[in-house]
Design a protein around this ligand. Structure first.
Ligand SMILES: [Zn+2]
Ligand SMILES: [Zn+2]
Length: 414
């Protein structure tokens, strides 16, 4: 510092361009005789300190294909109630957002860091299915935690062994002295082989209270009307869960038959569906004209059934025979498989060292499982400039790839 033209320089900055100067004029100057010149510097590509760009002109960010990807949604022929978005796109932190059946609630598969997500999503998420707790899959938890203050509904968190301790440790990392009864609540479940161990935690209150355990049948860790979630334990150096969300069978009412029988639609149709889904075919349904008919009888004439759709999700999986077998089984016949394709085959040594699948392995698993569509994701950042190479390698073995619009757009730019 010196008088009259005080200069603060950063590092080895050699010259000052007028553009980069910020003058601290009165009343901010320490004293009239003093003027501070502050130069903001940053490192360039070669590591040299250079003048930072003027704040009025922020650099235009380079577009990268990591915008969220909407998966095939409801269409006339393949109606599904599982509307799904891959939030991080090809390169971003894994987070698959599923909205079951237009309900005002959300399921998250993995919880990477996406602070731009709307707050209402943090309020709505009812279930989080964690593959494992590597940071790119769980770093969004503090975001969620902060936004759930005051939400009384508990959020369920499913994960591999160790999940309870991680959730509880993160909760313990903050001071909750004035939260009262508003602390976020969690029901935590860990999958240990075919047993599901449960705990309860409420920020500012009790953390890690055991809630018993239960036997898991056919890998189903969560079931409710409309869908169930299956999990498989795979290996990634650490245990990793892969998930399949299986929609319940769908019942469609035949409008042509309703018209032909002169039956007006109404609440009785939902009653009919409820009985059929619950397997109560002898239950009586009250028709609009006051008559009563057994649900099974009505179904013969009025209802067509189609199997529910399945979505499978797997990432951070070592390429072993056991993993391939378990994942193929889990994803069999899925409408869509969202699967990591982290490395190109020519970087298979990196894939092996870090417990990831190559693009080719990803395609081979999709082919073996006979899925309808494959969305490869979780690409290594080294392919940021040429993701098409990864997609091409997948397509050499499995060409029914869901190509995100962001990638098509990105490719068109180059
Ligand atoms: Zn990962
Ligand atoms: Zn990982």
């Amino acid at each position: 510092l010196d008088h009259a033209g005080t200069t603060l320089t950063l590092g080895e900055v050699q010259s000052l361009e007028p553009d980069s100067l910020r003058l601290l004029a009165p009343p901010f100057a320490v004293a009239e005789a003093w003027t501070a010149v502050v130069r903001d510097a940053r490192r360039d590509r070669d590591g040299r300190l250079v003048t930072a760009p003027r704040w009025e002109e922020p650099p235009v960010p380079e577009p990268v294909p990591d915008q969220s990807i909407d998966l095939p949604g409801p269409t006339a022929s393949h109606a599904t109630n599982l509307r799904t978005t891959l939030v991080g796109g090809l390169f971003g932190d894994p987070l698959l957002h599923i909205r079951p059946g237009g309900e005002a609630r959300s399921l998250f598969l993995d919880l990477g860091e996406h602070p731009q997500l709307p707050v209402r999503l943090a309020h709505r998420v009812s279930d989080i299915f964690l593959t494992h707790a590597h940071m790119d899959h769980f770093a969004g938890f503090p975001w969620l935690l902060r936004r759930r203050v005051g939400v009384r509904e508990p959020c369920r968190v499913y994960g591999p062994p160790g999940t309870m301790e991680r959730v509880v440790s993160l909760l313990s990392g903050f001071t909750w002295d004035r939260i009262g009864d508003d602390g976020p609540r969690f029901e935590i479940a860990e999958l240990h082989g075919d047993r599901l161990l449960r705990w309860w935690a409420q920020a500012g209150e009790q953390l890690g209270v055991p809630r018993g355990e239960e036997q898991v049948r056919d890998g189903v860790i969560h079931a409710e009307a409309g869908f169930e979630v299956h999990a498989s334990v795979l290996d990634h150096g650490t245990p990793v869960l892969a998930f399949a969300v299986q929609e319940s069978r769908q019942l469609k009412i035949r409008r042509d038959r309703l018209d032909a029988l002169n039956l007006p639609p109404g609440r009785w149709l939902s009653e009919l569906k409820d009985h059929l889904l619950a397997g109560q075919s002898t239950a009586l349904v009250s028709l609009p004209d006051g008559g009563q008919v057994a649900a099974g009888e009505l179904a013969k004439d009025l209802v067509v059934e189609r199997p529910g759709q399945k979505l499978a999700y797997a990432t951070d999986v070592s390429d072993t025979a056991a993993n391939r077998e378990a994942l193929t089984e889990l994803a069999r016949g899925a409408q869509i498989l969202v699967c990591e394709a982290s490395f190109l085959e020519r970087h298979a040594d990196r894939a092996r060292a870090t417990g990831h699948l190559t693009a080719r392995a990803c395609g081979e698993i999709a082919a073996a499982a006979g899925v309808r569509r494959l969305l490869p994701f979780h690409l290594s950042n080294r392919y940021q400039d040429h993701p098409q190479e990864v997609i091409r390698e997948v397509m050499e073995v499995f060409d029914r790839v869901w190509l995100p619009r962001s990638l098509a757009h990105y490719l068109a730019r180059r």
